[in-house]
Design a protein around this ligand. Structure first.
Ligand code: NAD
Length: 351
């Protein structure tokens, strides 16, 4: 065996029903005395509850998808004006993303309290959008110092959004198996992530007000994000990054739709990954396992329903072709990628 694996330094606390106490404990460990709270308007009440016992100097609620640079600048200015010494972010990937944008220039430590399965809290990847172009990068300053997971905070996440976001997490697991820095350690995390998500998500749809399925889903989402942070972006993430960035498609739903097509594309040339995925799904093949799960969840099925126009398909294929990772298991060509994207657009059977 020869490989190099990097593990990111971060504390993670699972605290079902006890987010406020968990965040307080993490804030004490950081010696936080002037906390900036970042949460979207919609998650304001959750954030108020979570931060009730903290020394808060600023509450910032201008959270927008894909972190427009102007919004990041306003949040950075607020952090400086209020002399914040730390950030508590409460919400989905967009809230975490804004906290990361502030940390990127100020170096402030983040305590992330995620309320979706996006997984940004466990990565050192930041994203900013300027003039409709999304730029991403990696920087140790943006990795949250601590994560507090409390499944009860996700009870209000609608079932449809839970499904899409959970499949976004599942995509982190699957893509990790053939991403540029894939190794046996991130594969182990990814496979356990698939098992937990495949167990938890159907439970979330069956009993949305129960905490059990949501705990499993959060646990799986965390493993997924750690695997993804270490393995990097494979073909699936490159496709979704192009589609999301160029055509402003919804993040989680785009991942949810595209995943079976990338799995069908790569599995024949990634037999070990396919075998392990099948085992984690408890199915005969990886694709059969994923499709059975998607059917149980009522997952979104076609990019045309997510706002992608047919006229944009060939331009999208060109942009994706330029971004395909060199060592993707199946060699991508203009033709086979065009077939993949058209099938995902139509929602036809992945082949
Ligand atoms: P999001 O944060 O925009 O949340 C989606 C919707 O769910 C919003 O309307 C939000 O208000 C709502 N919501 C969140 N939590 C809720 C709750 N508990 N109850 C009710 N409603 C709730 O979307 P997302 O899918 O979580 O994150 C997507 C963003 O995260 C994208 O910009 C993506 O690029 C980024 N992301 C970054 C990384 C990374 O490593 N940097 C990883 C994954 C995602």
């Amino acid at each position: 065996m020869r490989f190099v694996h990097a593990t990111l330094p971060q504390r993670v606390r699972f605290a079902s029903g006890a987010a406020a106490a968990g965040v307080r404990a993490e804030a004490e460990l950081l010696d936080a005395r002037q906390v900036m709270v970042i949460a979207a308007e919609a998650e304001r009440t959750l954030a108020d509850e979570v931060s009730a016992d903290l020394p808060v100097v600023s509450r910032h609620h201008e959270v927008l998808m894909h972190v427009p640079i102007e919004a990041a600048e306003r949040a950075r200015a607020a952090a400086v004006a209020h002399q914040a010494d730390s950030i508590v972010s409460v919400g989905g990937g967009s809230a975490t993303g804004l906290a990361k944008a502030v940390a990127l220039t100020t170096g402030l430590p983040i305590i992330a309290v995620p309320t979706t399965y996006a997984g940004s809290e466990a990565t050192d990847v930041w994203g900013l959008t300027e003039n409709a172009v999304k730029t991403t990068g990696r920087d140790p300053r943006v990795l949250p110092a601590a994560i507090v997971y409390d499944a009860s905070l996700t009870l209000t996440l609608p079932v449809k959004m839970s499904v899409a976001s959970g499949l976004n997490a599942l995509a982190h697991c699957v893509d990790s198996l053939w991403a540029p820095r894939a190794d046996p350690i991130n594969a182990a995390l990814a496979v356990e992530g698939v098992r937990a998500l495949a167990a938890g998500l159907p439970e979330v749809t069956r009993d949305p007000s129960g905490v059990g399925g949501r705990e499993q889903a959060l646990y799986g989402a965390y493993l997924a994000a750690v695997a993804f942070a270490s393995a990097g972006s494979g073909l699936h993430h490159k496709i979704c990054h192009v589609l999301g960035g160029k055509y402003n498609l919804p993040h989680a739903q785009t991942h949810a739709v595209v995943l079976p097509y990338v799995l069908a594309f790569n599995a024949p040339n990634a037999p070990e990954a396919a075998r392990r995925l099948a085992e984690a799904f408890g199915a005969d093949t990886a694709l059969a396992g994923l499709q059975a799960l998607r059917a149980r969840l009522g997952a979104p099925a076609a990019l045309r329903d997510q706002g992608l126009a047919e006229a944009d398909l060939s331009e999208a294929v060109e942009a994706i072709l330029a971004a395909v990772p060199e060592d993707n298991p199946t060699k991508a060509t203009g033709d086979n990628l065009a077939a993949l994207i058209r099938a995902a657009w139509e929602g036809s059977e992945p082949a």
